[in-house]
Design a binder for this molecule. Structure first.
Ligand code: IPE
Ligand code: IPE
Ligand code: MG
Length: 234
C-alpha cells in the first residue's frame, strides 16, 4: 500500500456544470461548496491526512463582481452549515492565501474557523482562498530576505529551510494532485509543493466529483511508480 498522506485538488468546472443545467454560475459554486464537505469526509475515511483544496485563486478576481461577491459570501454559508460537524469529526481548518486582502467579513469567518479548530488533530482541511503559488513563493522570498537583513537568517538556507517560509510550512509535500474538469493545467497551484506529486486529471466537474470518483483516483495512485529521481529496485 502506497500511502497518500497529502491530497490536493483543483476544484474546477462549477460554473460550466451549472450553466449546462440552465442555472447561474453561482449555483454551481453553492453545490461545489457542499461537495467540499462530502469529499472531506470521504477523504478522511480513506486515510488522507491533509486535504488541500483550491477554492479561489489570485487570478479569480478577474471575474464579474457578482460572481466574486458570491464566492466571498460562501465561507459564511458553508461554515454555518458544517463547522460543528467538522469540529465533531476533529478536522483542523487551515486557510491558505492572502487573507487580509479579502473582504473583512470573509476574512473574519475564515479566521474564526481556524481559531475554533486550532487544537484538533484529525484531518487537516486546507482551503486555498486568494491563493496563488507564484505570489506565495514571492512572499516567502521577501520574508527570507527580510530575515537576512535583520540578521535572523543567513545564506546557508536550503530547500527544507525555504519551505518554512511557504504557506504550507506545516504540511508534508503533496502526494497526489487531482484536477476536475478535464483541463490539463495547474493554474498557479502549489508549484513548489507538487515537485514530485503524482498528477491526475479527471473529466468530471467538481460538483460531480463523488466519493466513488475519489476512490478511483486513489486506486490509480496505487498503480503509480514513484521514484523521486532514483532508480526502481529490481
Ligand atoms: C471552480 O469552478 C471554482 C472557482 C475557480 C472559483 P469555475 O468557477 O472555474 O468553473 P468553470 O471552470 O468556469 O466551469
Ligand atoms: C483554478 O481554476 C482555480 C480554482 C479552482 C480556484 P480556474 O478556473 O480559475 O483556472 P483556469 O482559468 O481555467 O486556468
Ligand atoms: Mg474553472
Amino acid at each position: 500500500m502506497k500511502e497518500c498522506k497529502h491530497l490536493a485538488i483543483i476544484m474546477d468546472c462549477n460554473g460550466r456544470w451549472a450553466k449546462a443545467q440552465g442555472k447561474p454560475r453561482t449555483a454551481g459554486h453553492l453545490v461545489g461548496a457542499d461537495n467540499v464537505r462530502t469529499i472531506a469526509i470521504a477523504a478522511n475515511e480513506m486515510g488522507i491526512k491533509y486535504l488541500t483544496l483550491y477554492a479561489f485563486s489570485t487570478e479569480n478576481w478577474k471575474r464579474s463582481q457578482d460572481e466574486v461577491g458570491y464566492i466571498m459570501k460562501l465561507p459564511s454559508i458553508f461554515f454555518k452549515k458544517y463547522m460543528q460537524e467538522f469540529l465533531d469529526r476533529g478536522f483542523k481548518m487551515n486557510i491558505l492565501g492572502e487573507l487580509d486582502k479579502l473582504p473583512p467579513a470573509t476574512h473574519k469567518v475564515l479566521q474564526d474557523a481556524m481559531d475554533e479548530s486550532v487544537n484538533n488533530t484529525g484531518l487537516n482541511l486546507n482551503i486555498c482562498m486568494n491563493y496563488g503559488s507564484q505570489r506565495e513563493i514571492l512572499l516567502a522570498a521577501k520574508h527570507y530576505a527580510q530575515d537576512v537583513l535583520d540578521g535572523k537568517a543567513d545564506l546557508s538556507l536550503d530547500e527544507e529551510g525555504f519551505e518554512k517560509y511557504l504557506m504550507t510550512k506545516d504540511f508534508p509535500p503533496v502526494d497526489l494532485l487531482v484536477r476536475t474538469s478535464g483541463e490539463l493545467r495547474i493554474s498557479n497551484y502549489l508549484l513548489w509543493q507538487i515537485a514530485y506529486a503524482e498528477l491526475e486529471f479527471v473529466p468530471e466537474s467538481w460538483p460531480e466529483f463523488t466519493p466513488e470518483v475519489l476512490k478511483r483516483c486513489l486506486d490509480e495512485y496505487q498503480n503509480r511508480d514513484r521514484r523521486f529521481g532514483g532508480v526502481k529496485n529490481v
